[in-house]
Ligand binder design. Sequence first.
Ligand code: MD3
Ligand code: FE
Length: 211
Amino acid sequence: MAARLPEGLRLLPEALDRAGQQALLAEVLACLAAAPPFQPEMPRTGKSLSVRMSNAGKLGWVSDRAGGYRYQPHHPATGARWPAIPDSLMALWRRSCAWPDPPEACLINLYTAEARMGLHVDADEEALAAPVLSVSLGATALFRVGGPQRNDPTASLPLRSGDVLVLAGAARSCHHGIDRIRPGTSQLVSRALPGVERINLTLRRVTIPRR
Ligand code: MD3
Ligand code: FE
């Protein structure tokens, strides 16, 4: 069953040009040097996700068998604080999201040719009313988005290198996932990180500031 895109989903195709993508990739590589990618595990089962991850920002998303999904200020393996979110991404948030508070987390997802992300809802943030901003770098991904219920109809759209997606309003609580990557559709990431086809960055507000 086909579906319309949810209200609040805004795709900005090629919001970053080639030079902007290269510059952002260099900043992300510096983050990964400080905070090496780790393999998150599902709560309880301990099954590994196929996507490797790291973070920048005051808080980073991590998951393992014992502790489950959570945000924490430290890298799960090195114990170091996460590196700062690159200035260019902070500026992109200010330009693209009408939200008063700065993002606290930048989740860095790394996709090999076979990696996928199953349909899920992002609900580990306290600030669930805040938008999420996503930036895609490298190979095209087939993104699937549905509704608030797991069995709601879904729609699919390709996310290409330089695309920015803003998820606000109703879109923020919709199921979504990555069905698959189209390997070889961009060499941007694989030239720098052999075996990695795509990087997705998500900026999130995690806590509700006390006024
Ligand atoms: C729709 N990442 O990290 S980005 C995730 O390409 C995640 O790595 C995917 O889903 C990726 O949680 C998709 C687009 C995206 C991000 C957050 C959303 C779509 C969203 C939150 C709510 C609804
Ligand atoms: Fe998600």
